[in-house]
Design a protein. Structure first.
Length: 295
């Protein structure tokens, strides 16, 4: 039973990040399962099985807190469900070796997206005037669903920054809408995996733990959305995802001398800590300036 307890803690922490930042649960869960040596297709299937209760409770909690735009929700969720189903079918039909490399590479990319978003405050393109229309939102949902299934996570890292770019909503509204839409995507991805072999050998104890911890934390995270310091949390999550999956990729390529592994890991942790500290100070100063302006 200690496995359930350990994964419940991990699921709770992952959902705290996901429910307040709009990303992190799938990427974090898939990273942990891959690190345990679980096959990529099984890791993605297990992650999405755990998402079913957590995303449902999270979506309802965000709806109760008034954090959801229904129009954007529909325009993102329906294409996301289509993309998720297609991604699940693709992942169940490629070799395990290529799948592991593909998933680890995607997770590194999404870790970098999260790190850059919250640690460096980057914004790639200006907000368009009609970003709330299907012309912008449908491709975002379709791509987000596909990479979420094939990468074991990625819905939040793709969709949340995109909606913050193409819509004019405040962050809590984007986070709530993304979390609510993710339930439909998780249902679609799970049904896609049922058409392949992913239903065999799923590690149900970790899934139960992740789902339990995430379900307990989801209402709390919805209430805290927009109140916790996003920048340092997102920076540390992004750095951790890059580090863990980077180690997996390096090992698959033949590895490095042990002393060099230690040096690179310490360096990565140090850089993440420094950037997170600067991000926290930047966010604190921005909030203080906003309070002065509104006073």
């Amino acid at each position: 039973m200690w496995i359930i307890g350990a994964f419940a803690l991990a699921g709770g922490l992952a959902q705290l990040v996901d429910g307040t930042l709009g990303m992190g649960f799938g990427v974090t869960s898939a990273t942990v399962l891959l690190f345990m040596g679980i096959a990529p297709v099984t890791a993605s299937a297990a992650t999405h099985a755990a998402k079913l209760p957590t995303t449902l409770i999270s979506g309802l909690s965000h709806w109760r807190e008034g954090n959801i735009d229904r129009g954007v929700l529909v325009r993102v969720a329906l294409p996301g469900a289509v993309g998720g189903f297609l991604g699940a079918v693709v992942l169940t039909n490629i070799s395990l070796a290529s799948a592991k490399g593909w998933m680890s590479g995607l997770l590194v990319f999404f870790g970098l997206v999260i790190f850059a978003r919250f640690g460096l405050g980057t914004k790639l393109i200006p907000t368009p005037k009609n970003g709330h229309t299907s012309r912008w939102l449908s491709p975002i949902g379709l791509l987000g669903g596909f990479v979420d299934a094939t990468g074991g996570g990625g819905w939040g890292p793709v969709v949340t920054p995109s909606l913050m770019t193409v819509t004019r909503h405040e962050p809590r509204k984007v986070v709530g809408t993304v979390n609510a839409a993710e339930f439909l995507v998780a249902v679609s991805v799970s049904s896609g995996f049922l058409t392949g072999a992913a239903q065999h050998g799923i590690p149900w104890l970790p899934v139960i733990g992740l789902a339990l911890g995430g379900a307990i934390m989801a209402p709390i995270a919805a209430r805290l959305a927009g109140r916790l310091p996003h920048a340092p949390m997102g920076t540390m999550v992004g750095g951790l995802v890059v580090l863990v999956n980077g180690v997996t990729i390096v090992a698959a390529l033949g590895g490095l001398p042990s002393w060099l592994d230690v040096v690179l890991i310490v360096l990565a942790v140090a850089v993440t800590g420094v950037v997170a500290g600067r991000a926290w100070r930047r966010e604190r100063d921005e909030r203080a300036a906003a309070l002065v302006v509104s006073a």
